[in-house]
Ligand binder design. Structure first.
Ligand SMILES: NC(=O)C1=CN([C@@H]2O[C@H](COP(=O)(O)OP(=O)(O)OC[C@H]3O[C@@H](n4cnc5c(N)ncnc54)[C@H](OP(=O)(O)O)[C@@H]3O)[C@@H](O)[C@H]2O)C=CC1
Ligand SMILES: CC(=O)N[C@@H](CCC(=O)OP(=O)(O)O)C(=O)O
Length: 337
């Protein structure tokens, strides 16, 4: 069994990771950590996430110097379920000790001069790690994920969007100069566990945000190799993302070519499902799956993609990355084989 330490274990994605690792055939938990000054330090994990009561008994531990040296000596790998700047600061220390790092934040996803200043509001200090990191889109980057020490697990909207668009891009079916339009809605857990007015029950109403400024637009465009228009919405539900994507096809593209692009990309893959019907959030919430379906009218294609933002959009995709990195079955701990 490999020992996995989770930093940020009290948060929404960290808690999902704890559950997945607890149930994984080749992984075991090697510490659940929060910040050194966290008000949750030393509380039982299950007191914050009672669905794990009687199942995961470990306490949340403060990430102090003693904890760091314990992780350095006892863990086999580290999962960072922390804010972008926290991951940016923590990852190099673990990597320097030879521990593979699976980072759920955006800190190492997009190389490029000035990108972090512009879209994340901080200056990136680790260009070397940024360039060496593998982008953990599990169905598409297996070789890079296997070889890298640092895996940048994609954002939730990018996972839903890229899973839908990459088969078309790869097969050369998108019209020259077309910027696919991604209109997506996310449940409120996408914003994390910390309370804020924008996320409070009485304030949340289906609405757009981040118009032309969201950091996932350049993340999707960079990893697709084609510019996109991306518009996120906040939905008044807890978990799940549904992305409706409008694509202009090249002249003469046939139905068979579209179907072949998707089947070639995903036949034999258990996590991305070609649903055969329009995806809906209820079918993927609480699961590691990404459901896809498409329809076309002339050169206009609509693809719909649905995932659970906390799972395929974060924690279960991190587990897929660990599975690939370690040579386990790609769906170990996620889907019964
Ligand atoms: N929510 C989602 O749907 C998705 C989130 N992500 C990304 O994953 C990361 C985690 O997100 P999410 O789980 O939603 O966040 P949460 O806000 O729910 O949790 C953050 C966690 O980090 C801990 N933390 C904060 N500061 C530190 C620190 N200095 N050292 C160690 N632990 C710290 C928090 O505990 P405490 O403050 O008590 O220390 C908490 O456990 C983020 O980068 C997010 O952008 C990616 C894809 C989807
Ligand atoms: C509803 C909501 O607020 N969602 C988050 C996306 C969460 C995510 O994917 O995380 P990364 O920050 O790691 O990219 C947002 O739009 O910022």
């Amino acid at each position: 069994m490999l020992k996995a330490a989770i930093i940020g274990a009290s948060g929404y994605t960290g808690a999902e990771l704890a559950g997945l690792i607890h149930g994984h055939p080749h992984l075991e938990l090697a510490g659940l950590y929060v910040s050194e000054g966290s008000q949750d330090a030393h509380k039982p994990f299950a007191s914050l996430h009672p669905r794990w009561r009687g199942v995961i008994d470990a306490p949340l531990l403060p990430l102090d110097d003693e904890a760091l040296s314990r992780i350095h000596t006892q863990a086999d790998l580290v999962l960072l379920a922390t804010a972008h700047e926290v991951s940016h600061d923590l990852a190099p220390g673990f990597l320097a000790k030879g521990l593979p790092v699976f980072d759920l934040s955006g800190a190492f996803r997009v190389p490029g001069e000035g990108f972090y200043d512009k879209f994340y509001g901080f200056a990136h200090q680790h260009a070397d790690w940024l360039n060496d990191a593998a982008y953990g889109l599990a169905e598409w980057n297996q070789d890079a994920i296997k070889a890298a020490s640092l895996i940048a697990v994609p954002g939730c909207y990018p996972t839903a969007s890229l899973s839908a668009l990459k088969p078309l891009q790869q097969a050369g079916l998108i019209a020259e100069g077309n910027r696919p339009i991604i209109s997506a809605v996310s449940g409120v857990s996408g914003a994390g566990r910390k309370a804020s007015m924008a996320n409070s029950f009485c304030e949340v109403s289906y609405k757009p945000y981040g118009v032309f400024t969201h950091r996932h637009q350049p993340e999707i465009s960079h990893h697709l190799g084609n510019q996109v228009v991306f518009q996120p919405h906040l939905g008044n539900f807890i978990r799940g993302i549904l992305a409706t994507i409008y694509v202009q096809l090249k002249d003469g593209v046939t139905d068979e070519q579209i179907a072949a692009a998707y089947h070639q990309a995903y036949n034999g893959q258990k996590i991305v499902r070609l649903a055969g019907q329009w995806p809906q959030i209820n079918d993927v919430a609480g699961t590691p799956f990404c459901d896809l379906h498409w329809g076309r009218d002339g050169d206009q294609l609509i693809v719909v993609s649905a995932i659970d933002n906390l799972l395929k959009g974060a924690a279960s995709q991190a587990i897929q990355c660990i599975n690939i990195h370690q040579g386990f079955s790609p769906v170990a701990g996620l889907v019964k084989e």
